[in-house]
Write a protein that binds this ligand. Structure first.
Ligand SMILES: C[S@@+](CC[C@H](N)C(=O)[O-])C[C@H]1O[C@@H](n2cnc3c(N)ncnc32)[C@H](O)[C@@H]1O
Length: 272
């Protein structure tokens, strides 16, 4: 799948807010080793480096296009190309951060176990994933994909509900030994403007793998049918605003500190 950083960053302000809300719930004062998984164009990775200037901060992504953009904008951060499906860090982590990326991967039970195992004592896993797969924007994707000459080509690519309910992740993280996982959901109301802004939004994300899988004539037909569906599902108000509700799931889970883990731990402050 190819990414287009410029298309993705068209809604940079809207997409940044959940990353900031996640960042605000991380209670580490002095993490020394931080990985940002699915770092994309690197704008959030740069914020991690700004908040913890003493830390080694590494952005990890599989997209050459996104990494090129990240490297160009933030040459002082470390960037690594890897597939998160089999990624492992080169040292234990104090913070594994991931904003809007892990929903692209399957089998969250083994993925979260693997990531949690990479934390050092007292380290934290902080993740945000969209959980809007039943929203009209995604129902339109599924309905359009299933009802055209492209249906066969798209059957394997549609991912109906990649993110489970909050309680599923809570049980999973508690089972891994996380201390009191902090999990919550938020539905943002993005006030978008422009001709068919929900189409523009999904063009930067969920539409990409489907368009990538189609020959140009089918891609064009698919896009036109999807555009009509979302324009109808998200009508523009008289004042030019298209409200776009968007639900996201957040979690911050910390690894236990055992009595043998003395010294050299990431310090944490009390949460309010
Ligand atoms: C929606 S963007 C989020 C970018 C960034 N975290 C942010 O908040 O702006 C998702 C990113 O996840 C990356 N990604 C998706 N699947 C991946 C995988 N299996 N391995 C590595 N990166 C992946 C994509 O390349 C893309 O850059």
């Amino acid at each position: 799948m190819t990414w287009d950083p410029a298309q993705y960053l068209k809604f940079a302000d809207h997409r940044l807010r959940p990353a900031l809300d996640l960042l605000a719930r991380i209670d580490l004062d002095a993490p020394r080793v931080i990985f940002d998984l699915g770092c994309g164009a690197g704008n959030v990775t740069a914020l991690l480096a700004e908040r913890w200037p003493e830390a080694r901060v590494v952005g990890v992504d599989s997209s050459l296009e996104m990494l090129a953009r990240a490297k160009g904008a933030h040459p002082n951060v470390e960037w690594v190309r890897a597939d998160l499906a089999d990624w492992a860090p080169d040292q234990p982590c104090d913070l594994i951060f991931s904003n809007a990326a892990l929903h692209w991967l399957d089998d969250h039970e083994s993925l979260f176990k693997r990531l949690f195992d990479h934390l050092g004592p007292g380290g934290a896993l902080a993740v945000q994933m969209p959980r809007n797969h039943r929203a009209p924007s995604h129902r339109c994707l599924a309905d359009t994909a299933e009802s055209g000459p492209w249906a066969e080509a798209l059957r394997e690519i549609l991912r109906p509900a990649p993110v489970a309910e909050a309680a599923v992740y809570h049980a999973l993280l508690c089972g891994l030994g996380a201390v009191d996982p902090d999990i919550w959901e938020t539905e943002y109301l993005h006030a978008l403007t422009g001709a068919n802004p929900v189409l523009e939004w999904t063009r930067g994300t969920a539409l990409r793998p489907l368009l990538d899988a189609l020959p140009p004539d089918h891609a064009e037909g698919f896009l036109a049918a999807y555009a009509a569906c979302v324009a109808h599902a998200y009508p523009r108000r008289a004042d030019g605003v298209t409200p776009f509700p968007f639900r996201r799931l957040f979690m911050v889970a910390s690894a236990r500190i055992h009595s043998k883990d003395t010294g050299n731990l990431p310090r944490r402050h009390a949460r309010t």
